[in-house]
Design a protein around this ligand. Structure first.
Ligand code: FES
Length: 111
């Protein structure tokens, strides 16, 4: 499966993703080779940092599971939060029906 990640300069990257992985893990790992996709994800997915913050594309917001109360609380710690589109990417577990998912990296999540 593929996902589309728009970097902080507005450039789209279509990258390979693996079902069952966290969206955060996929972006962070690609960021090792493609610095524009760097993602801090400081707590490693423990829902304790908000540095894996992304904006989910408008077309996809309703197609992925809703955030938990804990995720919503932790989003308060992120920069430039958008009530409609902000998510913590470590809380999005990729499934096959998310093939083509599009997200944008946010300010404040740089490694
Ligand atoms: Fe820390 Fe997602 S990686 S909350």
């Amino acid at each position: 499966m593929k996902i589309n990640v728009t970097d902080r300069e507005g450039v789209n990257h279509c990258i390979d993703a693996i079902e069952g992985w966290r969206l955060m893990e996929v972006i962070r790992d690609h960021g090792l080779e493609t610095p524009a996709l760097g993602l801090k994800a400081e707590c490693g997915g423990a829902l304790a940092c908000a540095t894996c913050h992304v904006y989910v594309d408008e077309d996809w917001v309703d197609q992925i599971p809703e955030p938990s109360d804990e995720e919503i609380d932790m989003l308060d710690e992120a920069f430039a939060v958008d009530e409609e589109f902000s998510r913590l990417s470590c809380q999005i577990i990729l499934t096959q029906d998310m093939d083509g998912l599009s997200v944008t990296l946010t300010p404040g999540s740089e490694p």
